[in-house]
Design a protein around this ligand. Structure first.
Ligand SMILES: Nc1nc2c(ncn2[C@@H]2O[C@H](COP(=O)(O)OP(=O)(O)OP(=O)(O)O)[C@@H](O)[C@H]2O)c(=O)[nH]1
Ligand SMILES: [Mg+2]
Length: 459
């Protein structure tokens, strides 16, 4: 990695401080060409590693002072990228930060690609690929739970589990290969039952980790919760109630909401995305029809549907429509407007939705909203044994683990069928390859482009 990259590491906009970051062998040379140590530091001779310096940035062309800054020098390999890194903390203005960046580019630095600092940290062996992914997850975390799982992944919780399995499979493989080499002599290095038991144990743990994905994905991205009901049952009112603000337009006219509206709501240490949409009914006019299509699309990608009925009215044909449409994913039945006398035929609904949880509430008075929040929380957290242990949060990890698991099952089948060790070894190797892909021990450039493309510039 011979070139030196530079980028603004803080968000575009005005703020207290902005940080411009450099990484590469010429980081210090480029930065010190612009930097004059403060006269308050008359003893300054040279930059010592892992230290911060107060001073000024000057434009070498005009000699004009650009800003007062703090410059921090991290000497390789003790830096985020394992290269020489300089961070310049300037006053957080758009123009001044860009000006400093420009001066660094004039010196010969190259503007960094999105995620290039973290990519270098990975390529230089500072972190593995699952840890690099955790860096974006920390940045995007929107709840305590998301943050906890991202931090634990950054600290290596997933990596160490995968490495442990990898090492154990490597030991299995060594035994298998020894048996292959000495099979002529009729020696068996390890009993097949022992090998089988070890592979089965790993496969079982691996499978348990795959099973955490539903939850992990919800922790990372938030659960998608769709509000579903005929027009006027109070979907938008409920969205506003959960948000505690007047976000969606509410009117007494059926057909008020046309487009879908998605808002993030926090419940304790998780967040959920609530999707309000057009009410579903027969014979809608054109715009509403499009809205209903969007409502159905929202339902499709939801993890949970809240199916809402107006408790103050009898069921009608549009409710029936909804009952027929419903619902090929987890759902709860909400009886809204319970501040008014109850008219809805609850036994009929209970027959239509056996085993469903029914929650009575009023979006108008707020009654029942806490119970609804609790119920959503329980759904999202699911089996609480999963709460603090390791979870996987990415489809990429799930895919690799599933392939590894399949390969291990095949190797077990080969052992049980008394096939030659060669067959067993091929599948064990395949499983190990998949673990390597998660960790980035082996990788394709386009995978890195995809992963680091998600990052912002300067990270
Ligand atoms: N009494 C009472 N009225 C409510 C309650 N929730 C909503 N409403 C009223 O019902 C009407 C419709 O509410 P919305 O929230 O717009 O209903 P919606 O389901 O979003 O309707 P569409 O967008 O047309 O599908 C409004 O007049 C609300 O004030 C409630 O809990 N109690
Ligand atoms: Mg609405």
């Amino acid at each position: 990695m011979s070139d030196t990259i530079a980028a603004i590491a803080t968000p575009a906009g005005e703020g207290g401080i902005s940080v411009i970051r450099l990484s590469g062998p010429k980081s210090l040379a480029f930065a010190s060409a612009l930097f004059r140590p403060s006269s308050a530091d008359p003893h300054f001779k040279e930059f010592a590693p892992q230290r911060a310096y107060f001073g000024e940035i000057h434009d070498p062309g005009t000699q004009a002072m650009v800003d007062e800054v703090l410059l921090t020098f991290f000497k390789a390999p003790k830096s985020f990228t394992a290269e020489d890194v300089v961070e310049i903390s300037a006053h957080g203005g758009l123009f001044v930060t860009n000006k400093i960046l420009e001066l660094l580019l004039d010196q010969g630095a190259r503007l960094a690609e999105p995620g290039e600092f973290t990519r270098r940290a990975f390529l230089n062996g500072r972190i593995d690929l699952s840890q690099a992914e955790a860096v974006t997850d920390i940045i995007h975390a929107a709840s305590d739970r998301a943050l906890r799982s991202a931090v634990s992944q950054l600290k290596g919780s997933l990596s160490s589990k995968l490495n442990e399995w990898y090492e154990r499979l490597l030991a299995v493989l060594a035994q298998l290969e020894a048996s292959i080499d000495f099979s002529e002599e009729g020696l068996e290095f390890q009993k097949r039952e022992t090998t089988l038991a070890e592979i089965q144990a790993i496969q079982k743990d691996l499978h348990a980790l795959i099973e955490t994905y539903r939850q992990g994905k919800i922790f990372r991205e938030g659960a998608q919760v769709a509000l579903l009901g005929k027009p006027n049952v109070g979907k938008s009112s409920l969205l506003n109630g959960l948000l505690k603000e007047d976000r969606a337009i509410v009117t007494p006219m059926p057909g008020t909401t046309r487009d879908t509206l998605e808002e993030r709501v926090r419940i304790r240490d998780i967040h959920i995305n609530i999707i309000d949409a057009a009410g579903i009914r027969e014979n809608p006019e054109l715009i509403e029809k499009k809205g209903i299509e969007r409502a159905k699309a929202a339902l499709n990608r939801a993890d949970l549907a809240l199916v809402i009925f107006d408790a103050s009215e009898a069921l009608d044909a549009n409710d029936d429509l909804l009952i027929r449409e419903a619902v090929d994913k987890p759902y709860k039945i909400l009886l809204n407007k319970c501040d008014l006398p109850e008219q809805v035929d609850v036994p009929t609904l209970e027959k239509k939705f056996p085993n469903a949880e029914f929650i009575r509430l009023s979006a108008k008075t707020g009654a029942g909203l806490d119970a609804l929040r609790e119920s959503i929380y329980r759904f999202v957290m699911g089996d609480s044994s999963c709460n603090e242990t390791l979870v996987i949060t990415r489809e990429r990890h799930r895919q690799c683990l599933m392939q590894a698991s399949d390969a291990l099952l095949k190797s077990c089948a080969s052992l049980e069928q008394e096939l030659s060790e060669e067959f067993v070894a091929v599948d064990v190797t395949m499983a190990m390859d998949q673990l390597s892909i998660i960790l980035g021990k082996t990788f394709a450039e386009d995978l890195l482009d995809q992963i680091f493309g998600e990052f912002c510039i300067g990270k």
